[in-house]
Design a protein around this ligand. Sequence first.
Ligand SMILES: [Zn+2]
Length: 325
Amino acid sequence: MNMQQVSDNCFAVMNEKNRVCDANSGFINLGSGVVIDTQSDLAYAHQMVELLSKIWKGMPKRVINTHEDADHVWGNQLFEGAEIIAHRSMPERMRHVADPRETQKLLKSANGFLSRLLLKVIHPGALAIAQQLQQDYDFDGIKLVFPTTLFDEQYVLDLDGTEVQLIYVGPCHQVGDIIVHVPGEGVVFAGDVIFHKCTPMGWVGTYKKWFESLDLIISLDPKVIVPGHGPVCGVEGVKEMKEYLEYLYEDTQRFFNQGLTSLAAAKRMDIGPYSEWRGPARLYLNVERAYREFRNEPEDAPWNSAKCFDSIYEVANARGLEIEF
Ligand SMILES: [Zn+2]
């Protein structure tokens, strides 16, 4: 993990490994200190606070959660007494998708001798992701701490005269997606609306909405964008991500029209230069998302996460890739 200053008062805390759960955080060095996203576990959250201590005395008093995924909210409990700001949908969604007990259970199964053998047979992908997560994370002791300030479309903070705009753009990658814009410093903290140099993973929403959100970020003309995952970028990173999603959506339509399953399409699709991005087999998720649209399913149709990770595992095997999520 490292910290990077991206403007006069904005900082990025980067997780360079850039696999599942390796989310970035942000920090605004104004007002009473604002942390954007709180990492995946308590050890990582502590490490982030340690990095921030170089530029900020004491604990920041404000937290913004860009959306409900575990890797952005599981460090919330470290910021006791802080105001936590997020979209209105967040408490309900966090209960639904970020219940730590589910992940704790999976990791326990991956450790038990018999349960591991069983998992290997029934859900090899779920076992593989559990084993990957165990290399870096410890999810014991995590309690869900919910946002204290909720908003609908837009929320504005005045930090010592510097305006910070929180803009709701979801559902595009998740239900609660917001971006944090600091216009005076030309910075956007994009949460998981942007994955840079790594394969995006979108759960709820439509491609159309995701494209609109990317266009909105481009229209804000920021100098620096801190993505939810991957290195800091400029507008070119947003355009690259949009090209990836456009390419994928169009090619997926072709496979869908040919009657292939989403899994078969994800195994076969030529993804050219995007195969260099981290976790290329995660494209299964994006293919399946497009299939859901072609089948006119609701944008919040639930995922069976074990099956989903099994499919990514199968795609990686079929493509001769290292198993990595
Ligand atoms: Zn994330």
